[in-house]
Design a protein around this ligand. Structure first.
Ligand code: B12
Ligand code: SF4
Length: 504
């Protein structure tokens, strides 16, 4: 019976079929429950809103960066009821004392639509947090349905907020919190960051079973994310992470923190005991940034666990010895960012220094180990020409030739707030600011590119996988497939079918 407890409804407005447990909500749940509060989670990933694509299907059918998923095999089913009505019912039934919404830029709009509906049936305060509210708090607080914004990390903020609300005390001085007072907005300063070792283990218990099935190369394993670090030491211009780092540096704090190996394995032990996972998703930007001592300790201890896992790392950190050691203890898949095929553009525009030779060397090492990998690249950067885009395509093609287990994951640049290239896009007149973008970055550009028409760019996008994977003898047909004429579309469909068979 929870009716006399202080109740918090946490909302994850995730995109359709993006079934993956969000660490944000799991960390907040853990902190709240430890402090004695009751928590429920509402997520939106089984609802397909009008016009919303299934990214997983798009990636399997057209991008060929992954395989088609069999949702039915694990009992995952799209909901056909109305999202807003269902949310209203959840609010009415639970009667939360506080509603907390966690959002990135592309999910903020949906979060606000849900908040609007909650407002019709509940007078409880609504607080929003996550990367987007952190990087654009003035936009988040401007929404009429939002009462408070959490800037930065929220574990202690939510606990303090709930404690104050439960006791009927003033919330006006809670650090990290922005809140409305009449026409005024109170903007409290940031609190000190906590060591990751001191936080509670993330709590996944309030999530529906569907959220445990994160897509992984055509598989839907029961997956638990394990946070190894928070933040990132690099400063790529297309990414929001450096802004989080800058935000904290302006308060003399270091956002990038690692979890210690003993703490990590204590957490893994708890997860195995409570959830019996089939797969681990190690959430850290550069897994192999571990020093020798940490790496050896990880391998030593993971040897007795052996549950398959995914990592992300940078190509320059890949060595034969380390990949073999990871495979030996269960590594299933690896993701690396290569981003662009032109070294100079990569270094000067993207602020990511690494040579193509090094990238090829990493692909060769993976080939020697029989290891599959997804390589992330982006096209459609401000000022990027067709020739530059083709350097990216051709680098991916070369890497696929080196290692046929490689899958190219080529996305379209999206100017999310907080990225250095957002400012650059606005300054160059390629993007007219909107409060937030509702779109994700796999199918079309939000920029008015200065080098190509929208149609030309869309043509390149749809032909990318054909260029990467099909043999050169198809070149004339692939060029034709860039066109959206009847003939071009016929060429595209025929080549796309051919590609499906090759990669099956
Ligand atoms: C792991 C990850 C993913 C995973 C898992 C996502 C998931 N289910 O959570 C996957 C691969 C699925 C993913 C997908 C996407 N991601 Co992502 N992802 C990340 C990454 C690397 C780490 C996020 C994380 O777990 N951090 C650890 C947790 C504990 O920190 P946190 O989320 O910041 O939460 C803390 C605070 O923000 C705050 N907080 C958060 N929510 C709330 C709510 C309340 C009420 C309060 C009080 C506080 C609060 O408290 C939390 C605990 O301290 C970030 C980079 C980053 N630094 O955030 C990118 C990042 C968040 N992703 C990003 C993007 C763009 C996406 C996609 C849209 C990509 C796409 N497909 O187009 C999708 C969206 C998926 C969706 N939500 O439906 C961008 C967001 C950019 C922006 N300005 O909004 C980021 C910042 C990376 C980047 N490119 O810059 N992502
Ligand atoms: S793209 Fe990856 S490596 Fe670069 S700053 Fe962002 S998180 Fe760090």
């Amino acid at each position: 019976m929870v009716s006399d407890q202080f109740k918090v409804l946490l909302v994850y407005p995730g995109l359709f079929m993006q079934t993956a447990l969000p660490l944000s909500i799991a960390c907040l749940t853990a902190a709240l429950k430890y402090a004695g509060f009751d928590v429920r989670v509402f997520d939106t990933v089984l609802y397909q809103e009008p016009g919303e694509i299934d990214e997983n299907e798009e990636r399997a059918e057209h991008h060929h960066s992954t395989r088609r998923l069999d949702y039915a095999a694990v009992g995952l089913e799209k909901k056909t009821s109305d999202l807003l009505n269902d949310f209203e019912q959840a609010v009415v039934e639970y009667q939360p004392h506080l509603i907390g919404i966690s959002a990135v830029e592309s999910t903020f709009g949906r979060g606000m639509r849900l908040a609007g509906r909650a407002r019709e049936v509940s007078t409880s305060p609504i607080v929003v947090g996550g990367v987007f509210p952190t990087l654009a708090p003035e936009i988040a607080i401007a929404d009429p349905v939002v009462d408070m914004v959490c800037v930065g990390e929220g574990e202690d903020v939510l606990v303090e907020l709930c404690t104050a609300l439960r006791a009927g005390q003033d919330c006006g001085k809670i650090k990290n919190l922005w809140l409305k007072r009449g026409n005024e907005i109170i903007k409290n300063p940031l609190r000190p960051l906590r060591s990751l070792d001191d936080l509670q283990d993330p709590d996944f218990s309030p999530f529906g079973r569907h959220m445990f099935y994160k897509p992984m190369q055509g598989n839907l394993f029961k997956t638990i994310p394990v946070e190894l670090s928070r933040g990132c030491p690099y400063r790529c211009s297309y990414c929001a992470e450096p802004s989080l780092k800058r935000l904290y540096r302006s308060h003399n704090q270091e956002y990038f923190r690692k979890k210690s190996i003993p703490r990590l394995f204590a957490e893994i032990g708890q997860i195995i005991e409570h959830h019996s996972p089939e797969f681990f998703y190690f959430a850290t930007e550069t897994f192999l940034a571990m020093n020798e001592e940490e790496f050896d300790a990880f391998i030593e201890q993971y040897r007795r666990i052996k549950i398959p896992f995914w990592i992300q790392t940078r190509p320059e950190t890949v060595t034969l010895k380390r990949i073999q050691a990871l495979q030996d203890v269960g590594m299933f898949w690896i993701t690396m960012g290569i981003e662009c095929g032109n070294e100079e553009f990569r270094r000067t525009h993207l602020k990511r220094s690494m040579s193509n030779e090094l990238i090829k060397k990493s692909a060769t090492i993976l080939e020697q180990c029989g290891q599959g990998a997804s390589l992330n690249s982006i096209i459609g950067f401000p000022h990027e020409t067709r020739e530059l885009m083709f350097e990216t395509i051709m680098l991916n093609k070369e890497l696929y030739r080196i290692n046929a287990r490689i899958r190219a994951n080529i996305s379209v640049f999206t100017p999310f707030r907080g990225c250095e290239l957002y400012d650059e896009s606005v300054k160059a007149g390629l993007f007219s600011p909107v409060p937030y973008l509702d779109q994700t970055n796999i199918s079309s550009s939000a920029l008015r590119l200065d080098t190509l028409s929208d149609k030309e760019f869309a043509g390149i996008c749809r032909a990318v996988p054909l260029y990467v994977y099909l043999p050169d003898e198809n070149l004339a047909s692939i060029i034709a497939a860039e066109s959206f004429s009847e003939e071009g579309t016929r060429a595209y469909e025929s080549l796309n079918n051919k590609l499906k068979q090759i990669l099956a």
